[in-house]
Design a protein around this ligand. Structure first.
Ligand code: FES
Ligand SMILES: [Fe+2]
Length: 452
């Protein structure tokens, strides 16, 4: 508790208690609680375009690996150091079937099977005893994905509804942050920062209306923590849903030219990303940027604008410019290599962060007690339903009524439409939600008109 006596000010000298990062949630190596939990899911790990004719040395979850495409077109993800005498397979030769180590020519298949040890007898017991460590990999829409958990628990690859929105082009991209995965992930459950970092403190980085201090609330279901922001923009109510899918996926509505002034029914993503832990202090974002009528306008489909929509800024800027106009990169990285939770003062506006951590901790501990986490695909066949995006409805305010209370009630109606839609899949669900939102707008604006 704060001490208000005069001597209690200028307290930096006394503020020296050691606090260390939360090891249960932040550390990612083999055998750590969060590291084991993260290994139960598929993760985006690279762009398919990063793979040429040479193997790619890649570090994921504190493990050194090589990713390659063999001459048959199959992807392999093997431990970096050869099982023989530990030479790096990044210097290996990609062959018709697998990869051959540069040092003594051992050839490994994509699943780690030793196919040839040319200096050894043909009946060597090595063929039965040696297996190079390998992980399952797959390619999807320009990204490469890996599963690094126990092979007998390999989950189905999750395909979310936002992976296939008609008229939306998904452009793969990646960027890197010298800090822990959790603080990059948590940026997605902190919608309040968009009002301050991106608008009120540093000037509008997207549009001025991002600075409207709307109503922020939070929702959860089996797979996600959702943040909703409801803003009044003239006669419109702008409902924005940001979604964090456990453990490290985030998707969010449009950014470019998004200001709540144009009607939109169930707009969808500007990006879908994995905050992939490289090691405890490095994060690689592996993502798609989305362009089209229900995402960001197609004319922003260029590298500079992809960086800007992802992090609200461009990377590699001069230090002074970064100080004058900081964006997500400066905010997240400046928390330190691994943010120390014990030194924070979480407040009422941090409910998204506290809920996400509570949820994550619960699932991490459950796994520690032997209960496997729920997979996104456990809800049944078909594209996995999600909520993220922008809906903007024309619902004028009623003079004399508390508009904030009214807006909260309207949000509850929008959320119930999204939730009701979860029993459907694919285009049927999309059509249902879109048409129900149109009906809702007509109904609510008529009610407003009659009560005006
Ligand atoms: S170190 Fe790889 S074959 Fe010898
Ligand atoms: Fe941001």
């Amino acid at each position: 508790m704060r001490d208000d006596t005069p001597g209690a000010r200028y307290m930096a000298y006394h503020d020296r208690e050691d606090a260390s990062p939360d090891p249960e949630l932040t550390l990612v190596g083999h055998g750590t609680p969060a590291g084991e939990y993260l290994r139960r899911f598929w993760h985006g790990i690279a762009l398919a375009s990063e793979l040429g004719d040479l193997p790619l040395a890649i570090r994921i979850l504190d493990e050194d690996l090589v990713l390659f495409r063999d001459l048959s077109g199959r992807l392999g993800l093997l431990r970096k150091h050869c099982a023989h005498r530990r030479a790096s397979l990044e210097y290996g030769r990609v062959e018709e079937r697998g990869i051959r180590c540069c040092y003594h020519g051992w050839l490994y298949d994509i699943d780690g099977t030793l196919l040839e040890a040319p200096a050894e007898p043909r009946n060597s017991p090595l063929y039965r005893t040696v297996c190079q460590g390998a992980y399952p990999v797959r390619e999807y829409k320009g990204l490469v994905f890996a599963y690094m958990g126990p092979p007998d628990l390999l989950p189905e690859f999750p395909v979310f509804d936002t992976f296939d929105v008609p008229g939306v082009e998904m452009v793969p991209y990646t960027c890197s942050f010298p800090c822990n995965w959790l603080q990059v992930t948590e940026n997605g459950v902190d919608p309040v920062h968009s009002m301050f970092l991106h608008t009120l403190v540093n000037g509008p980085q997207f549009s001025e209306n991002w600075g409207i201090l709307g109503d922020v609330s939070y929702h959860e279901n089996d797979q996600s923590v959702y943040c909703t922001i409801t803003r009044r923009v003239g006669d419109n109510l702008w409902f924005r849903v940001q979604e964090n899918l456990l453990p490290n996926m985030t998707q969010s509505g449009a950014v470019h030219e998004m200001d709540g002034t144009h009607i939109r029914y169930f707009g969808r993503n500007t990006f879908f990303r994995w905050c992939l832990p490289v090691d405890d202090c490095t994060t690689k974002v592996v993502a798609w940027a989305c362009f089209g009528d229900r995402a960001d306008p197609a004319r922003y489909n260029n590298p500079a604008d992809i960086e800007r929509l992802e992090q609200g800024e461009l990377f590699d800027r001069p230090a002074v410019e970064r100080q004058r106009n900081p964006g997500d990169y400066e905010a997240m990285v400046s928390l330190g290599p691994i943010v120390v939770h014990g030194k924070e003062h979480l407040a009422t506006s941090d409910k998204g962060v506290t809920r996400f951590r509570r949820r994550l901790r619960r699932d991490v501990r459950a796994l520690g007690q032997g209960r496997e986490p729920r997979q996104p695909t456990d809800g049944g066949p078909g594209p996995i339903p999600t909520w993220s995006g922008d809906t903007i409805l024309r619902i004028p305010a009623v003079a004399g009524e508390d508009d904030a209370v009214q807006a909260k009630e309207k949000l509850a109606r929008v959320v119930s439409v999204l939730s009701e839609g979860d029993r459907l899949r694919g285009p049927e669900r999309d059509t249902f939600i879109t048409s129900r939102l149109r009906q809702l707008e007509a109904e609510l604006s008529e009610t407003q008109r009659l009560s005006a």
